[in-house]
Design a protein around this ligand. Structure first.
Ligand code: B16
Ligand code: MG
Length: 213
């Protein structure tokens, strides 16, 4: 039976993708090219440096490693500026209620995010208290679709991966969950998340029965 639920952050709990987009777009403009909202889709669930690689590919630009680190830092400073202003009102509909009902039913909860800024976001949303374990981009070496982030979460929760359910909005994240031997629930549209075991549109009107498989 299911003993734990692991949540991705961006796209599942909060829509930080729009702030990532604002910051990447600003960087692209500075470098002299346009970065569209459609291009931004490719960055979802992808690590910061890999995101920069994709952005530079769109702009047809090449830089040495030192410059790339500086560019990523610049983007991150802008991003942190944006997310430092977010509050509780940005939690996606139904998420808080769902986290509370998991708690009430004795299901353990963890965060499994690629973001190195996860703590600032959780604190600003005031939902840090609902998680028994928090695994973010500072704790993992291998990016999704590698299962490391979710396996670490299961380990910290002291639960067998087979008894974990993962909620993910990105294809790479669904793959990571499957690679970890976990049940994967996609959050978003089902045509994009075809490897998920089940897909939900969001947590609005979803109850705890959704985690049973
Ligand atoms: P940072 P998630 C991911 O968060 C985002 O989806 C992705 O767009 C971002 O590049 C990545 O975090 C790294 O974020 O630059 O803040 O370390 O979906 O895994 O919660
Ligand atoms: Mg995500």
């Amino acid at each position: 039976s299911v003993k734990g639920c692991i949540f991705d952050l961006d796209g599942v709990i909060v829509d930080t993708a729009k702030y990532h987009y604002l910051a990447w777009k600003r960087l692209a403009e500075e470098l002299g090219f346009e970065f569209t909202i459609k291009d931004n889709e490719r960055l979802k669930g992808v690590s910061r440096m890999k995101s920069l690689e994709i952005l530079l590919e769109v702009g047809g630009l090449k830089f040495d490693d030192e410059t790339k680190i500086k560019l990523a830092e610049k983007k991150n400073n802008w991003y942190v500026e944006y997310i430092s202003k977010i509050d509780k009102s940005e939690i996606l509909t139904g998420v808080e209620k769902f986290l509370i009902s998991l708690r009430e039913n004795g299901i353990k909860t963890a965060l499994g995010s690629a973001s190195k800024n996860a703590m600032i976001i959780l604190n600003n949303l005031g939902i840090e208290k609902y998680f028994d374990a928090i695994i973010d981009g500072n704790k993992v070496k291998k990016a999704k679709p590698d299962p490391e982030v979710f396996l670490l979460a299961a380990k910290e929760l002291n639960i067998d991966p087979k008894e974990c359910v993962v909620f993910e909005d990105a294809e790479a994240g669904i793959e990571a969950a499957k690679n970890a031997g976990m049940y994967a629930i996609g959050v978003g549209s089902s045509d994009k998340l075809h490897d998920a075991d089940k897909v939900i549109l969001g947590f609005d009107a979803v109850n705890i029965d959704i985690i049973n498989f």
